[in-house]
Design a protein around this ligand. Sequence first.
Ligand code: NAP
Length: 408
Amino acid sequence: MQKEGKKIVVRPDGSLEVPQNPIVCFIEGDGTGRDIWPAAKQVLDAAVSAAYKGGRLIVWKEVLAGEKAFRETGEWLPEATIAAIREHVVAIKGPLTTPVSGGIRSVNVALRQLLDLYACVRPVRYIPGVPSPMKNPEAVNMVIFRENTEDLYAGIEFPAGSSEAEKIIGFLEGMGAKIAPGSGIGIKPMSEKNTRRLVARAVAHAIDHGYGSVTLMHKGNIMKFTEGAFRDWGYKAARELFPDQTLTEAEVFDSFGGKAPEGRVVIKDRIADMLFQQVLLRPEEFGVIAAPNLNGDYISDALAAQAGGLGMAPGANIGDKAAVFEATHGTAPKYAGKDMVNPGSLILSGAMMLDHMGWTEAAALVRETLASAVSSCTVTYDLARQIPGAKTVSCSLFAEGLAESMKS
Ligand code: NAP
């Protein structure tokens, strides 16, 4: 197998053309990134080698972001990094420090915006043996598609007392709004275009992966022209883009006696506060969830907790031209360099990346091997402290164990 590697290409229909030896970009990450990245890489390489008997190989290309980039180039997110990810289409990253000062609000947010990674995808599936607060955590099997580019997170904010805030208050008062003097102002833009592409991706995922429903999460009873519009645009997108594969919950009751016909994805909506209750009380009723940015942020972490927490939760930020897979936890700086933390989140994000590349056999092998290590109670400190009798291993030994068992 050649070591120099070839580029992954996005075809005109949006699918990927992946060579046998694709170049994949990686960002090591700050803090514990230097512990979990080598561990994850070892496991992903072992899975690809075992699944394809040496016939496929990832050629890794390091690109810089975060503290390492700042040390080496004086920039938190060099333009060369964005250009490389654009050129090579697929990347994986460790966690990055949010600089307290230094001209960039968040490297993570900048990456998403510059590459237009509009869908934050978080699968939440219980791995048997992981400590969970749920009575029946195995019923948790959902994937959240969170809109990544707009909503209150667009960053259009003005501090209380600023001339900008005062100007906006004056303007809105001219339109009849009543706003307390000296208020801070945040703007919540939401568009049909961005809702439509997010919902399209969520529905396509449900169809491709056999999920029975897509739930549009919103607070449209109160915020009618943003969150309510998200719901309406979501239904419209599903109806127009997938007319033969979807139907609404109302249609299921009106025309099919309450039972969805085989092979059709049910599009439903839930008000956000109700959804938080229902995913706890009746998790088996939910498959894919499509949410605006802020709701999606909240529900992602709440659901990850049901499956045992962020330590093992994978994630990805996906756009039409590029995708970046990432550990969902932060840099955990107090453990940096101590070879202690759990590399599970980054390893499972790597499995998502392999799926995205169409290397599903290797992805399945990663998940199976990780699940079997957890069920044999050989785990890193974070899980070991919650599993009576578990054997604690270091980050690197945990990864080495996975890689070795794939070889056999
Ligand atoms: P954090 O880094 O996620 O760490 C909080 C706690 O979570 C840790 O002290 C540890 O708990 C546990 N933890 C995190 N990762 C773990 C792992 N791999 N294995 C086991 N336990 C793990 O959150 P933070 O301290 O709030 O944030 C630190 C920095 O990370 C900040 O600069 C923040 O902005 C950044 N951040 C980056 C991302 C990202 O890049 N996607 C995401 C979130 C935060 P115990 O001490 O109880 O063991």
